[in-house]
Every structure is written in structure tokens, then in C-alpha cells.
Design a protein around this ligand. Structure first.
Ligand SMILES: Cc1cc2nc3c(=O)[nH]c(=O)nc-3n(C[C@H](O)[C@H](O)[C@H](O)COP(=O)(O)OP(=O)(O)OC[C@H]3O[C@@H](n4cnc5c(N)ncnc54)[C@H](O)[C@@H]3O)c2cc1C
Length: 378
């Protein structure tokens, strides 16, 4: 097994926290990755699979198990059964933004608005990454994975991955375990061949972020360049010289609340309707059918509310920190908790709890963290 000298998880995560693991394996090929997983599962080891470490919040204590780093790389272009589309099969350890750059250079659309998101392709389905209205659920065809403890490698279509707002069956999220503990080996995308010319930009969110009028036409490369610029201004592109990027991106998720609860929040709080997941088929058993078909029940849809707005309006400004702490809100983005140097996980957790407490006492809801928490509690 390609064992390497363990290094602390603080060096492997963008929040820069986490102790030394007992063992570390660098998997450069799919065979090495499968071998490491099978050995670890066979021995009952605690395994932590790490890609770019950009969505992990790890506690300060040494990690007693094995860290498996996914370092596989490669993009394979294949024909798609759909005319006008191409399929890309990408190895799990491939850098996400390098994939976006490749797609844009090839004139393939559908992921350009997600330029600059850190991390690996294999971790992207875990929380169904997204930005400016694009999410990978829109272009994901299938993943190749191995289920925990299993021998066989399976190809699973995107429709079976439970992809929702920053979640999937894979997410071992705060307060919940993954519905399907599995490791993704490769990801297949189906992307439209749109070419390099100017074309209308789909989606209000993207147009607004880029300052475009409805109907404005720009190229994929233009979108990528301007998304990167916009993200840099918010500290949302990793930069070793900018401590505002020593984060996990958005630390808290936008809250999903009932429509009636949303009405109790100040009207200025930004909100977006969440389409209800209703089963459109009403089945009436023949034995009980008496000729009456009830009217369709119209349910009020839930509402997604802006966590950044709630934080700022509970009195916590960008750059806020607790006295003597090395953890602070980013000076550019109220949702990003940042490590201003060699701050500990406990300092970040204290800040996160403080923010949760302020928002709860001001607005009556508890913000939930977005990164995966390992060995640390809020
Ligand atoms: C500055 C910054 C900006 C960000 N902006 C965004 C954004 O705009 N939109 C967004 O959605 N996210 C954003 N994020 C969050 C993060 O970049 C994404 O969630 C990313 O997909 C994480 O990839 P990773 O390789 O770093 O995963 P890691 O942090 O290494 O792992 C995250 C989780 O996935 C698991 N995992 C990793 N690889 C695999 C695999 N191959 N198979 C199964 N499980 C795996 C890990 O065990 C862990 O539970 C941002 C983060 C930062 C630091």
C-alpha cells in the first residue's frame, strides 16, 4: 500500500485545522484507492477520505484512523447518446476547477458558472456543489463508486444519488450519517457542445452576479473569467496570500424554513421558494374507487432564507471575531468562517456556536453548518 509519512490534517484542509492521523495513504491510481479502502474496511479501521480538504472541519485531536488521499487524475472524452452533447468521465482526484477550464476550452457548457470552486471532482457530488444557479445535478450522468465494505465497483446513475441543495446520499453531515457510505472513483458528466461563440446566459442569478441584462450574449470563456473575478473579490477562490480564503467556503447553509415561519422574518431578509417534492401521481385502489377524485392538494412550498443576511442582521459584521480568538468572519463574506493563522478548531467552533446563538436569539432558527465535521462538535 502506498503509505506515506502522516502529516497533520491542518495541512490538508483549507480551514487549516486537524491533528495528525495515525496512518496516511496516497492513492494515485484507482487500483491503489480500491486497495486502500478494502484493506481499511477489512481491518475495521476508521477511514477518512480526503480530496482537496475544502469542505472538512476537523477537530484538534489526533485522528486515530487512516487518511486516504484521493490523487487520481484524468479526463476521458466519450461520445454521448444525445446528439449535440459530449460525455466526460473524470477521475475522482482530478481538480474541479481544472475540469471547468478544460470544458470551457472544449466549448462544453453547463459547469462554467462553477469556476473557482476548490476541491476534487470526486467530492463534487457529495454536496451537489453549486454556484450562481448552476449545480452539478444539472449535468451529472453517473458515478462509479464502491460501497463501504463491498468488493464490487458499481456505476450508479445520477437519479439514484439523492442530489439536493448541498446534499446527496453520500453526505455525512452534521447531525446525520451518509445514507450511502461509499467512495466515488470517477464521475461522468454530460455537457452540451455549445462552442466558443457568444450566447444568451441562462439564469437570473448568474446574470445578476455578472451584471448582465436579460438577453445579453457572452461566451463560456467570458463567464468563467468574470465568475473567477467575482469570486476573488469575495475571497471565494483559494489564495495562500489571502487569509479570507482560509475557510470552507460558506460555513452555514441557507436555512430552509416553512412558509409560515418565513413570514415571521423581516421582509427585507432575502428568500427563495423551494420547489416541493410532491408525488404528482395519486393512486386510488380500485376496490375503494367510488367515482370521486379529490382536488389536488396545493401545499405551500418551503422557503430558503439567506444565512448571510441573518448573520449580518443579528449584529455580526464581516471581520467579526471573539476577543483573543484567531478565528474570524471573513472581511469579504459574512458566511465564511476563517482561520487567521494557526487558530485551533476549538476557536472556530466557539465562533460558530456564538453565531448560531446570536441568530437563534434574534430570529428563532438555528443555522446548520455546511462542511463535514470530523472530531469536532458545535
Ligand atoms: C474558498 C471556498 C469556496 C467554496 N465555494 C463553494 C461554492 O461556491 N459552492 C459549493 O458548493 N462549495 C463550495 N466550497 C466547498 C467545497 O469546495 C466543495 O464542497 C468541494 O466539492 C469539496 O471538495 P474537496 O475535494 O475539497 O472535498 P473534501 O473537503 O476533501 O471532502 C469533503 C467530504 O467529501 C468526502 N469525499 C471526498 N472525496 C470523496 C470521494 N471521492 N468519494 C466519496 N466521498 C468523498 C470526504 O470524506 C468529506 O466527507 C468552497 C470551499 C472553499 C474553501
Amino acid at each position: 500500500m502506498p503509505d506515506v509519512e502522516p502529516i497533520s490534517l491542518a495541512q490538508l484542509t483549507t480551514l487549516r485545522t486537524g491533528g495528525l492521523p495515525a496512518r496516511m495513504i496516497d492513492a494515485h491510481t484507482t487500483e491503489e484507492l480500491i486497495g486502500a479502502l478494502r484493506e481499511g474496511w477489512g481491518q475495521g479501521d476508521e477511514l477518512l477520505v480526503v480530496g482537496g480538504g475544502s469542505n472538512l472541519f476537523v477537530g484538534d485531536d489526533p485522528f486515530e484512523g487512516t487518511v486516504v488521499r484521493v490523487l487520481t487524475r484524468g479526463i476521458e472524452r466519450m461520445p454521448s447518446p444525445r446528439p449535440g452533447y459530449a460525455r466526460l468521465r473524470v477521475q475522482a482526484g482530478h481538480d474541479w476547477d481544472e475540469l471547468v477550464a478544460y470544458a470551457v476550452a472544449e466549448g462544453l457548457g453547463g459547469i462554467e458558472a462553477m469556476s473557482g470552486i476548490p476541491g476534487t471532482v470526486g467530492a463534487a457530488p457529495v454536496q451537489n456543489i453549486g454556484a450562481y444557479g448552476q449545480e452539478i445535478v444539472q449535468t451529472l450522468a453517473a458515478v462509479e463508486l464502491i460501497d463501504e465494505g463491498a468488493d464490487e465497483v458499481l456505476t450508479v446513475p445520477a437519479s439514484e444519488l439523492g442530489l439536493g441543495f448541498r446534499t446527496s446520499v453520500f453526505k455525512h453531515h452534521y447531525g446525520s450519517v451518509a445514507a450511502r457510505p461509499a467512495v466515488i472513483l470517477s464521475v461522468t458528466f454530460e455537457l452540451p457542445e455549445v462552442g466558443h461563440g457568444d450566447r444568451p446566459v441562462a439564469g437570473d442569478q448568474l446574470r445578476t452576479a455578472l451584471g448582465l441584462q436579460p438577453g445579453a450574449e457572452v461566451s463560456l470563456a467570458w463567464v468563467r473569467e468574470h465568475v473567477l473575478e467575482t469570486r476573488r473579490r469575495k475571497g471565494m477562490v483559494l489564495d495562500a496570500d489571502d487569509p479570507d480564503t482560509y475557510s470552507a467556503g460558506s460555513f452555514f447553509q441557507n436555512a430552509i424554513v416553512s412558509a409560515s415561519f418565513a413570514r415571521t422574518l423581516p421582509p427585507e431578509c432575502p428568500r427563495w421558494p423551494v420547489t416541493p417534492d410532491l408525488d404528482p401521481v395519486l393512486v386510488i385502489p380500485l376496490a375503494s374507487y367510488d367515482g370521486y377524485v379529490p382536488a389536488a392538494v396545493s401545499e405551500e412550498s418551503d422557503v430558503k432564507v439567506s444565512a448571510a443576511w441573518l448573520i449580518e442582521h443579528s449584529g455580526l459584521r464581516k471581520g467579526f471575531k471573539l476577543p483573543r480568538s484567531r478565528a474570524a468572519l471573513s472581511s469579504k463574506h459574512a458566511l465564511a468562517l476563517t482561520n487567521r493563522g494557526s487558530g485551533s478548531a476549538e476557536e472556530l467552533a466557539q465562533l460558530a456556536r456564538f453565531i448560531q446563538g446570536r441568530v437563534q436569539s434574534e430570529f428563532g432558527l438555528v443555522l446548520q453548518p455546511e462542511p463535514v465535521l470530523v472530531g469536532v462538535e458545535l
